[in-house]
Design a protein around this ligand. Structure first.
Ligand code: NAP
Length: 238
């Protein structure tokens, strides 16, 4: 039986086993949200406000199972944060294997699209929803060796802007948050010298902090932020 108070907001975050997603899960638990997180690996914490679902989001069936659980047991969804993504080896575009291209697009583009599709159905019922998709400064800087990751993030930008127009009347906003660089496993795979060179092109030529990301998401998911939609917000002065 679901004993959740009627007014407790429900937030679904992808990629909560580590990095920014783990931080965001704990941040929104501390703010009293009911948080549903997912990733292939489990998490090493538990909280009465947190449910973890082990799922591979590059598989549509796994995404559908998550929404089956939300519809049956939680019955509402207020916020979706499409955070999970991969950035495979930095490699020349001319050398990319098909399977790497396919897995990266399935994880970084197809999965967020499917999460959005299912979220919109639930959010429309309540005439309220906030969708945040994670972008990257890669879309602005177009760095050699990052063609695959960059094209997935740029596709997600375009998708988000169009979706924002389609769902505005249902009370749903869709925005992209594009951090510059934050210390995680994903950014740790990038050569530090190369990353520093890219960061030097920004107004703030340093790594950002996790709370830079949560600060802006806090604003965007407020009820009062109903007019902020279709925006791609770059952090760090990109
Ligand atoms: N860190 C940065 O500097 C930076 C900068 C700009 C944008 N971003 C964006 O911010 C987001 C988070 O990045 P991060 O640095 O926190 O990355 P991270 O530390 O590598 O974490 C990625 C998360 O995504 C999950 N994930 C990956 N593939 C998955 C799959 N197939 N199914 C389910 N979950 C999957 C991982 O969990 P499992 O491995 O357990 O599945 C993990 O929890 C990404 O969208 C990234 O592009 C990051």
């Amino acid at each position: 039986m679901n004993t959740m108070p009627e007014d407790r907001k429900v937030i679904l975050i992808t990629g909560t086993s580590k990095g920014i997603g783990l931080y965001l899960a704990q941040h929104y638990i501390s703010k009293g949200f009911q948080v549903i997180g997912c990733s292939r690996n489990s998490v090493d914490f538990s909280d009465s406000l947190y449910t973890h679902i082990c799922a591979d989001i590059s598989e549509e069936q796994d995404i559908l199972e998550i929404y089956k659980f939300i519809r049956k047991d939680i019955k509402r969804l207020d916020v979706l944060i499409n955070n999970a993504a991969i950035n495979p080896a930095i490699v020349s575009a001319a050398l990319l294997p098909y399977e790497t291209i396919s897995q990266t697009f399935r994880t970084n583009v197809f999965a967020p699209m499917l999460f959005c599709r299912e979220a919109v159905k639930l959010m429309t019922r309540n005439k309220f929803g906030r969708i945040i998709n994670m972008g990257s400064m890669a879309s602005k800087h177009e760095v050699p060796g990052e063609a695959l990751y960059t094209s997935t993030k740029t596709a997600l930008n375009a998708y988000s802007r169009v979706l924002a127009k389609e769902v505005a009347k249902a009370g749903i906003t869709v925005n992209v948050i594009a951090p510059s660089a934050i210390k995680t496993e994903l950014s740790g795979k990038i050569n530090p010298m190369a990353l520093q060179e890219v960061l030097s092109r920004n107004a703030i030529a340093e790594y950002g902090e996790m709370n830079d990301v949560s600060n802006i998401i806090d604003v965007l998911i407020k009820e009062e932020s109903s007019a902020i939609t279709g925006q791609i917000i770059y952090l760090g002065g990109v």
